[in-house]
Write a protein that binds this ligand. Structure first.
Ligand code: GAP
Length: 453
């Protein structure tokens, strides 16, 4: 049976992956908090991304720019003029919908029909609604709006406006890229599908600068390497797909004749009708550097000492959502299996790099001080190298199931034989459920090697 969104939400709450924001006050629409395991999982997704796109490459550097920036940036970027969604209201139910999402939005009063299609629906004409959140800087809001600022709707612009700073300090040669992870905010008309579409979310973005003639080739290379990243972290190929944007859906920065457009990496969530975007890889040509040069009056170009020319680099932008990626990894890892007739287990088969906890150390008998002491010492030792936990709050069978359900790749059990006979422990593999006896002296290295596989 296909996994329903309620099952994911319920597992996330039950096991401490994701909680509704402001829950004790009745919740706050479309905002979510990551609990102890969710915080680890999302951090692991971000770390895996940073390692792959910054630390393992010679042509990339990182950045951490601020959320509040000069408001002119958003004029230059085109967001003030064009970062709009078409909004329609229903005069009957007072619902507000995105006109371009009506084909997947149920009518709130008659969910078997789409919004606008039930007899009583009365939709207004669409009007454009800007998605940027506004605030003001300083204690008093100026009447003339002079201290107005936006919460950034994408992290990308922080990279473009730091182009000269990074180039001058890192001395990178084209092609090179700048990566950043950070919060972005959009006043979405129809947030939903749990953490898939929210008003506050994290992006993992790369702006990769290159010579114009290299952009089409590098665009393809980035599409392939980003797609491969999801596979390398264990995502099932059958759930992933690539979709080039149609001309009429291209964002303003990818519409020029010089751009090779945008291709999305999509994931088929079991609770969504169509594959949905996890990441877009756009060819922004020289749109952003040209715009910021114009608006700031500062030259944003690259001097090529070999050809003695100043060029405005083109930009390939792989832009991923950390929350969407995390949700997709979680859903993809979710399995329900029949262990033996009538005995089911839920298991999250995370790639070891993503698993929130890598190894759990469990005592077979929690009342035996000598067993518990071995467990505590081993956990302490493992914690120096990996994420380990000790748990003695249930019987061993239940403890295994609990670790399966949060995706812990290995459990190490200490029993009476460990302390009385062979100084060995049982290592259980989450996926195969096979158990192996390993000497206490070797178990740390044994587990670390397996986690590295
Ligand atoms: N700089 C380009 C850019 O921002 P985007 O397609 O609007 O492009 C990039 O956003 C990624 O950010 C998306 O692929 C998605 O993963 C994530 N994202 C965008 N809006 C989101 C939202 N409301 N909630 C969660 N993630 C979102």
């Amino acid at each position: 049976m296909a996994l329903k969104m309620e099952d994911v939400v319920s597992l996330c709450k039950r096991r401490g992956f994701v909680f509704q924001s402001s829950e004790i006050y009745g919740g706050f629409a479309s905002c979510w908090d990551y609990g102890p395991l969710g915080a680890e999982l999302k951090r692991n997704v971000k770390n895996a991304w940073w390692r792959a796109v910054v630390q393992e490459r010679d042509d990339m550097v990182g950045l951490d720019s601020s959320i509040l920036m000069h408001p002119k940036i958003w004029e230059a970027s085109g967001h003030v003029a064009t970062f709009n969604d078409p909004l329609v209201d229903c005069k009957t139910c007072k619902g507000r919908f995105r006109q371009d999402h009506l084909d997947v939005t149920p009518c709130p009063q008659k969910p078997s029909k789409l919004a606008g299609q039930a007899e009583q629906c009365q939709l207004t004409e669409a009007r454009l609604f800007n998605l940027m959140f506004k605030t003001h800087v300083g204690p008093v809001e100026a009447e003339d709006g002079s201290n107005m600022a936006y919460l950034r709707p994408e992290t990308a612009q922080g990279i473009f406006v730091n182009f000269n700073n990074v180039l001058n300090t890192s001395r990178k040669k084209l092609p090179f890229g700048i990566a950043q992870i950070g919060k972005a905010f959009r006043n979405e008309i129809t947030p939903g599908n749990f953490t898939f579409r929210t008003r506050e979310f994290e992006q993992m973005e790369i702006e990769y600068f290159c010579r114009p003639e290299d952009a089409p080739r590098l665009h393809q290379e980035w599409i392939q390497s980003r797609y491969q990243w999801y596979l390398d972290l264990g995502m099932k190929a059958e759930n992933l797909s690539l979709r080039p944007h149609e001309k009429d859906e291209l964002a303003h920065y990818a519409q020029s004749a010089e751009s090779t457009g945008t291709t999305d990496i999509e994931y088929q969530f079991p609770f969504m009708e169509k594959p949905a975007e996890l990441e877009g890889i756009a060819n922004r040509a020289d749109f952003d550097l040209t715009q910021h040069s114009k608006f700031s009056g500062q030259k944003l170009s690259y001097f090529d000492p070999q050809t003695n020319e100043h060029i405005t680099p083109y930009v390939i932008e792989p832009s991923a959502g950390a929350d969407r990626g995390t949700l997709a990894f979680l859903v993809d890892a979710y399995h329900e299996e029949e262990v033996k007739p009538g005995d089911m287990r839920t298991v999250l088969k995370f790639h070891p790099d993503l698993a929130p906890i890598k190894v759990a150390v469990l005592p077979l008998l929690k009342k035996r001080d000598d067993i518990v002491e071995v467990c505590r010492n081993l956990t302490h030792d493992l914690k120096k190298k990996t994420i380990a936990t000790y748990d003695d709050t249930a019987s061993i069978g239940k403890l295994y199931r609990r670790q399966d359900e949060i995706g812990t790749p290995f459990c190490v059990t200490v029993d009476v034989d460990t302390v009385e006979k062979d100084q060995s422990v049982t290592v259980r593999d989450r996926d195969t459920m096979q158990q192996e006896r390993v000497h206490l002296d070797q178990v740390k290295q044994y587990v670390l090697d397996k986690l590295e596989r």
